[in-house]
Design a protein around this ligand. Sequence first.
Ligand SMILES: [Zn+2]
Length: 405
Amino acid sequence: MSTLGLRGATVFDATGRDPVRADVWLTGSTIAEIGPGPGHRDAGEVLDLDGHTILPGFIDAHAHVGLLSFSAQSAWSDAEQAGYIFRNLREALDQGFTTLRDLGGIDGGVVKAAAAGLIEAPRVLPSGQILSQIGGHGDMRPRFSDDPENPSLGCGGLARNHALCTGADQVRAAVRTQLRRGATQIKMFVTGGVLSEGDPLDKPQFTVEEIHAANFEAESFGSYVTVHAHSREGILRALEAGVRSFEHGSMVDDEVVAALARHGATVVPTLAVDEVLGSDPAAWGVPAHLVEDIEELRQAQQRSVELLHAARVPLGSGADLIGITQRTRGREIYLKAKLIGLPDAIESATRVNAELLRISDRVGTIEAGKTADLVIYEGDAAVDAEIIGTTRPKFVVQGGRIIRR
Ligand SMILES: [Zn+2]
């Protein structure tokens, strides 16, 4: 079995321990040993990494590699869309993201393409179609259209538009369909969103009964539901329905934070997308009247992160990037670091995300026996947030194999 030695770097293992200078030895796809290591060891390849930092491979818990445009995706052929999706995946890997939980768009077809070795991709956990109520955040029909279906977006086996459902039975059918197509978790909109028309951010969507139906079906399959939820009532309904995984959580108050903490819920704030949309709204097709809303949301989200962190609600990490140039995934860690400090921001994108995604037996920390997914930066990336925020890793190791150098 091949052996790879990584010598002399600072290791941030994301277990909560302080960074240490150590050698990391990989055997095949696994981390074999961390420590000084015998100097005479005959590793197949040894990298001298003095002055570098080794981190666990990053995990983005809120990706949309298959949502390529707010409005114009159907203008592309399925083949072009596949090309953009595969490029987004390769790009994520180059940025050090060795795992993506995709929260809406792609299904298990993309995972099969990666498993067959046809594309270079991170480990992908797809959700398939996001469940939306009629008139909800995922109702993408022209507002006065009589068409019962959302406009098509790609095709089955690649990327599909949100599933509109009404009532517990339709919700059950939609959940079962996504699971059959390889979804590893179910995504549901339970509050309004910014970039959709006519569904206010602060209003709930779906009933407790509908959310419960989704949660029941997902759990029956050994899976779970995560909900897009910006505001109070939607979060409280989802908690009542048994949901424990929350996206955005951008407008929480003390009472909602206490409820999330009491139920052992995890929240994935999404800071990078606000920065991306706010920095060049026109390029992203954001209507002028929404620019102010995005700035307000950005500020509310920052306050919410601080409240949640103070209450020790576990915070996952998700960039929520969409589009065909998803080049700033690491910004999420950088922006989070400004609010909760860099070590917690890195752990959020590694160990906490792995626990949330139920894959912490394999990834998320640097420990013997785990899969060798690693990111290696030049410089002190566990101290200087600019390094992750503005540069690319020097090496990315996926399953023991150096895929970027
Ligand atoms: Zn999203």
